[in-house]
Design a protein around this ligand. Structure first.
Ligand code: SF4
Length: 833
């Protein structure tokens, strides 16, 4: 018997195997000082469940053991797959006989090395007064809150604790987390992912903070931006397209193809964002895809944009990613994939972390439209401007032109393309169009425009819905039929022999990929229409596009807390969550519950006040004589108040709404008056967001009216933003399906969703909105809240107590506006302490 199995451990396992009638039993055990302890039965006779049952808890040396009832300890294929999955987590794998007298150790567990500590002295030396950063940046002022945050995060890393760090505007939180995680990565020779919600923050990290630390810190490190795979040009597919363009794309796309050929020679990284023009559907045909990649067998492998970027990432200590990519990685790994989207990493920092629940919800769900199906199908076969296009056309032409192949086999393959595959593609295309047209029809009959219809059990009995599901079932059958035909066809391509297969290889692997993705879309649509998984929310949307109404089918997880718990909190010794808005009334309870960070985890809860002097630089006014937003007359009363306020501040205002309806009504009512006073009115939707913000920043006589996404991420320092108007408290729309389902779930748990969910969510958004005003030490301005509930309702305190302390005046709108005018006109702004 192997030395790790003590007599007591062997006895316990023997008993469990006997209790399972000598069938297979899977155990987990902890290896301590080379002896198995904590032996537990995980499952009986079910190998597939093993990798998901075991969690690689930090610091534990885990083994999975199972018996082979035959007594033959040779690992099966399933053993090897399971063992290699577990090995990635550092978990060992062993096979024993039923009497536990023989053991075969397939994979030894990783005996974790003690973690090296982050030197607090080095953190102080980096960010403290006269430190490394100050040494290379004379204008840099060491900030006590920043240093304190950096030291606390270093302690969290050293203690193997997670950290929640709310850092007010102006603290310099990115340096505060970068310094300790960089030291940690260097000391432990490990990689860190820093995930953000916005490109703006990624750019700040890449072009400002990281270069600064690369120059300032006494050790070198490499940081790279990681983008999703589909952002990269696949050179192999691009060559195919250039050679076979006439069989794949329409004449109108040829000029874009020409422009891409020029671009490919000079591009820095081969990514879509470097392209400089919108390639439309052409990009789908040339982007890198995992299931269409030949990897080391590709002739372009060495110069491949995607693989070069991944090699760079493997060499880096810091990966900058966005939340979507991080959750795509998590989703893939949680399904047991061999590799993730990102290279292995051992510490995670999530900045702008107030968005994590939404980002995780988006990425762990699914969405199906007619376009997602038909685009994929069109890559196989489509008729464009009376010409046949697609991979099947390319294949047929290649087969017809290839010399020296088995003529009968080639003829048979060409016949299959013409007589089976092409007709089936056409037929499936008709089924797709028919189903989505019927879906639009059904949804149009259900109610208003822009409908979001939550699909609950009651729809199962709706006659119109039943007809739609029947139509979908035909679509599923046809998709499966095409899948089978493609699979059989693909197998026959192998008979072409090495030389012949070489000719059709690019199309063969793309067919494999398209078949798998068509199957994935079908599975997603099935999940929405007939799925029974109670942990998902399902809904159908009726939207509008330039081409007319469209139906969208969606599903999303009801809760992400367990997914985050399994894939973040339990998996990594330290995860750092940071944002300017994480707490509600100074408490982390809400965010912890939403994210599954329960009291079993070791967590540091940290809060740092902004260094800006809100007491002297801000006046918050609340108009209390306007109607409640739910009352008739709210809109009629607030519009004149907004106008008066904006005229008094001579523009320089950002007005945040919670609906486009009110935004448009306000813009229409005030546009003329503002223009007459030389104030430029900018509205969300007039132009792209970044251009709107540039214009607003540059023109100090402008006003920007915006909604949802502008409540956060707007960074306009200086005079241009001196008057911030929050029209109403940003409660979520109650008919949003995921929101609705989460509210119901809370009610079923005996909680009050208004207090447990709606208010905290609105408070965090309100704090974000408020945070738009003061962006640097010199900023000064007023905030006008036109929703009186913040002063008249009990819960209003939640909002006000969550803000940085500042003077608050409430009263009739006329008085509030007068106070604000006086504050803005004070000619000698008070100096910072
Ligand atoms: S290695 Fe893969 S992604 Fe890169 S060019 Fe080749 S097929 Fe395309």
């Amino acid at each position: 018997m192997h030395k790790w199995f003590s007599p007591a451990a062997a006895r316990l396992m023997r008993q469990e195997i006997a209790a399972a009638n000598n069938n297979e039993v899977f155990f987990r055990a902890t290896l301590r000082e080379n002896v198995m302890t904590d032996i537990q039965v995980m499952s009986r006779g079910n190998q597939d469940s093993v990798p998901t049952v075991v969690q690689a808890k930090p610091g534990l040396c885990l083994m999975v053991i199972h018996n082979h009832p035959s007594g033959d300890l040779t690992p099966s294929g399933g053993d090897i797959t399971a063992a290699s999955r577990l090995a990635r987590e550092g978990i060992g794998f062993a096979i024993v006989d039923n009497s536990v007298s023989e053991a075969y150790i397939l994979v030894e567990p990783v005996q974790s090395k003690p973690q090296a500590s982050v030197s607090l002295k080095l953190v102080n030396a980096a960010l403290g007064p006269g430190g490394y950063v100050a040494g290379i940046m004379p204008a840099y002022e060491s900030r006590p809150q920043q240093l304190e945050m950096a030291v606390n995060l270093a302690q969290a890393l050293n203690e193997g604790a997670h950290a929640l760090a709310e850092a007010g505007t102006g603290i310099g939180k990115s340096l505060a987390y970068l310094v300790p995680v960089l030291i940690w990565a260097r000391e432990n020779n490990r990689r860190v992912v820093v995930s953000t919600n916005t490109i703006n923050l990624q750019e700040q990290l890449l072009y400002k903070d990281i270069p600064l630390l690369q120059r300032g810190l006494p050790f070198g490190f490499k940081a790279v931006l990681v983008k999703g795979r589909a952002n990269y040009l696949c050179k192999r597919k691009f060559r195919e397209l250039i050679q076979r363009g006439e069989d794949l794309i329409e004449d109108k796309d040829l000029s874009n193809l020409q422009a891409m050929m020029t671009w490919e020679k000079t591009t820095r990284d081969g990514t879509k964002s470097d392209l400089g023009f919108w390639p439309g559907d052409l990009w789908d045909l040339v982007c890198s895809e995992p299931d269409a990649c030949l990897r080391v067998n590709c002739q372009f492998f060495r110069e491949c944009f995607f693989h070069s970027a991944r090699r760079e990432a493997l060499d880096a200590q810091v990966l900058i990613a966005n939340h979507s990519l991080l959750f795509a990685d998590i989703a893939l790994r949680s399904k047991g994939a061999d590799t993730g989207v990102l290279p292995e990493y051992h510490c995670v920092v999530l900045d702008e972390a107030h968005n994590v629940e939404r980002a995780a919800t988006d990425w762990l769900g699914g969405r199906v439209t007619r376009l997602s199906f038909s685009r994929l199908l069109a890559r196989l076969y489509a008729v464009r401007a009376n010409k046949s296009k697609g991979l099947l056309v390319v294949l047929e032409n290649k087969l017809a032109a290839a010399a020296g192949l088995d003529a009968e086999l080639v003829r048979g393959l060409m016949e299959t393309i013409r007589q089976q595959l092409v007709p089936e593609c056409i037929h499936l295309g008709e089924e797709i169009n028919g189903f989505f047209a019927a879906a639009v029809n059904f949804l149009s009959q259900q109610g208003e425009k822009d409908l979001k219809l939550r699909l609950t059990g009651e729809y199962a009995h709706h006659p119109g819905w039943q007809q739609l599901v029947t139509k979908a079932e035909t679509l599923f059958l046809e998709t499966a039929r095409l899948g089978k035909l493609l699979e059989a066809f693909r197998t026959r391509l192998d008979f072409l022999g090495p030389q012949g297969f070489e000719v059709v290889l690019p199309q063969a692997i793309e067919i494999d990929g398209i078949r798998a993705r068509l199957g994935g879309l079908e599975a997603d649509l099935q999940e929405v229409l007939v799925g029974e998984d109670g942990s998902l929310v399902r809904w159908a949307e009726l939207g509008t596009t330039r081409q007319g109404p469209r139906a969208v089918f969606n599903y999303a997880p009801l809760a992400v807390s367990n997914i985050l718990k399994e894939n973040l909190w339990e998996k990594f010794p330290s995860v750092i969550f940071t944002s300017a808005t994480l707490t509600v009334k100074k408490s982390y309870d809400y965010i912890r519950e939403r994210l599954g960070l329960d009291r079993t985890f070791k967590v540091k809860e940290l809060q740092y006040e902004s260094p800006f002097n809100y007491q002297q630089r801000v006046l918050l006014g609340i108009a209390t004589d306007l109607p409640d937003p739910a009352e008739h007359g709210f809109q009629a009363k607030i519009i004149p108040a907004i106008g008066e306020s904006l005229l008094a501040s001579r523009g320089r205002g950002l007005v945040l709404f919670t609906s486009f309806y009110l935004l448009n009504a306000t813009a229409a009512a005030l546009g003329e008056d503002l223009t007459a006073q030389g104030i430029t009115l900018l509205c969300q939707g007039d132009m792209p967001r970044h251009r709107l913000l540039e214009k607003f920043q540059a023109d100090t006589n402008s006003v920007l009216m915006a909604t949802a996404s502008f409540w956060e991420g707007v960074d306009v320092p200086g005079e241009s933003l001196s008057n911030l108007i929050l029209t109403r408290l940003p409660f979520n729309v109650p008919d949003e399906p995921v929101f609705q389902a989460r509210m119901e779930e809370m009610r079923s748990q005996g909680k009050n969703p208004f207090y447990s969910f709606q208010i905290p969510q609105a408070v965090l958004r309100f704090k974000q909105g408020f945070g738009r005003l003061i962006r640097n030490k010199q900023d000064k301005g007023v905030v006008l809240v036109l929703d009186k509930r913040v002063a008249t309702r009990g819960y209003g305190r939640w909002f006000l107590e969550s803000l940085p302390p500042c003077p608050i005046r409430s009263g009739p709108a006329r008085e509030v506006l007068a106070w604000q005018r006086e504050f803005l006109q004070s000619t000698s702004p008070q100096r910072e302490d």
